[in-house]
Design a binder for this molecule. Structure first.
Ligand code: NZQ
Ligand code: ZN
Length: 388
């Protein structure tokens, strides 16, 4: 293991009816609230009215910013920053999926910063401890944004989708009521499932030695997702399946399995580059890219892919090499994702080879990305080509 520090300040409020905790939580941060939400699902499901009711009960002054895009855009972040400054707001309530939550984090960090907020995302200017406090009501199990300090923002004009991380933008509290995820349609539910599993993979395929507990925790999350997902996608209003998936999503990316290990994240960088150029759903992109990434790394280091096959997909290792087991593990993963309705090729989204160069360039943060097996420009290009 590597030495590490762990601090996660987010208070989780999990379970049926937790929305009423808003009254208790918000006043500690002030009553002038920016209510941030997405493209309309919240109004359709009736959640909007319930949130407004809670805010009225504490006498909050509410300024709204709806229409946050899936793959949230820098332009919307800037609108939010202006609204907070113009109206002297002191708290952001983000209601939605990862996109709304990520947008809230960038707004929060952008308010006390004198320059262009894009500097914080792209140039890694540090977010200030004066970032605006955030609370969230999560409506989709996927990103883990409800209990981490990550924010992923798209600068559509520049075809850049980049992330930043800061301890100062962790949500102060996050409300997770499984019932609020009932209305997530089947396709978005599947994308969320793929994203959750992918987050485990990015940490499971680490470049450190001797981290058996972190790996076992990752495997437990994966096995629980695999057990629950097929039942959930055929029974979207089932409270217990939604509940299990919601908790899986949070634990997959709240720092738990990253303790003491050098994590990978190359596949996420590649997916962010694909969606920066083609605006596809994040989980859909990962379902296509992850098996191709695994094939690539298994050619050099098959052992962890083999371990995944044995411990998560119950492959029988008797008489097989790691290379054979790795190939079977990848086949099992693709079979599983296909069975729940995930895409398998970039051409499923109408993407051809025209923009491979741009996507390759956008995926590279430095000369190499990833840690389990560092990838060069040429490797990324190859993975993208194999994904077409
Ligand atoms: O915008 P609305 O109308 O709300 O509809 C959304 C959106 O169309 C809909 N939805 C959300 N909750 C719903 C619902 N529809 C019906 N009922 C509900 N209860 O689902 C669609 C997708 O929402 P979005 O928030 O975009 O999905 P997700 O949570 O998967 O977030 C994806 C974004 O998060 C980033 C991704 O790159 C992408 O930009 N990520 C953030 C991470 C983080 N902060 O740690 C890590 C991830 O790896 C990821 O990169
Ligand atoms: Zn992800």
């Amino acid at each position: 293991m590597e030495k590490f520090e762990f601090y996660n300040p987010t208070k989780l409020l999990f379970g049926k009816g937790q929305l009423s905790s808003l009254k208790k939580e918000i006043p500690a941060y002030g009553k002038r609230v920016l209510l941030l939400y997405g493209g309309g699902s919240m109004k359709k499901s009736g959640l909007y009215d319930k949130v407004i009711h809670e805010l009225k009960e504490i006498g909050a002054t509410v300024v709204e910013l709806g229409g946050v895009e899936p793959n949230p855009r820098l332009t919307t972040v800037k609108k939010g920053i202006n609204l907070i400054k113009e109206n002297q707001l002191d708290f952001i309530l983000a209601v939605g999926g990862g996109s709304v939550l990520d947008c809230a984090k960038a707004i929060a960090a952008g308010v006390p910063y004198d320059g262009d907020v894009w500097d914080i995302v792209l140039k890694k200017v540090k977010a200030s401890s004066n970032s605006v406090p955030i609370g969230t009501v999560l409506t989709l199990a996927a990103t883990g944004s409800e209990m981490n300090g990550n924010s992923v923002i798209t600068n559509w004009e520049e075809n850049e989708k980049k992330s930043f991380n800061s301890i100062h933008v962790y949500p102060r509290f996050s409300i997770l009521d499984p019932e609020l995820t009932f209305s997530v349609p089947r396709d978005q539910t599947v994308y969320g499932i793929v994203d959750i599993m992918s987050h485990v993979f990015e940490q499971y395929f680490h470049a450190s030695s001797h981290a058996p507990l972190q790996e076992r925790i990752g495997e437990a999350i994966l096995r629980t997702v695999i057990e629950t997902a097929p039942k959930l996608v055929n029974d979207l209003n089932n409270y217990e399946y939604r509940e299990v998936m919601l908790l899986n999503g949070t634990l997959a990316l709240n720092g738990l399995t990253a303790m003491g290990v050098k994590t990978d994240w190359a596949t996420h960088y590649i997916e962010h580059a694909v969606s920066a150029v083609h605006d596809i759903p994040h989980g859909g992109g990962l379902a296509i890219l992850f098996p191709r990434w695994m094939e690539h790394v298994a050619a050099v280091r098959p052992e962890k892919v083999a371990q995944l096959g044995v411990r998560v997909f119950d492959l029988d290792p008797a008489g097989k090499t790691d290379t054979q087991l790795a190939a079977e593990a990848i086949e099992s993963l693709v079979k599983f994702w296909t069975s729940i309705g995930a895409p398998t090729k970039l051409s499923d989204y109408g993407i051809d080879d025209k923009e491979i160069e741009l996507m390759t360039e956008r995926a590279m943060l430095a000369d190499q990305i990833g840690n389990y097996v560092p990838l060069s420009n040429e490797d990324v290009r190859k993975i993208l080509r194999n994904s077409l």
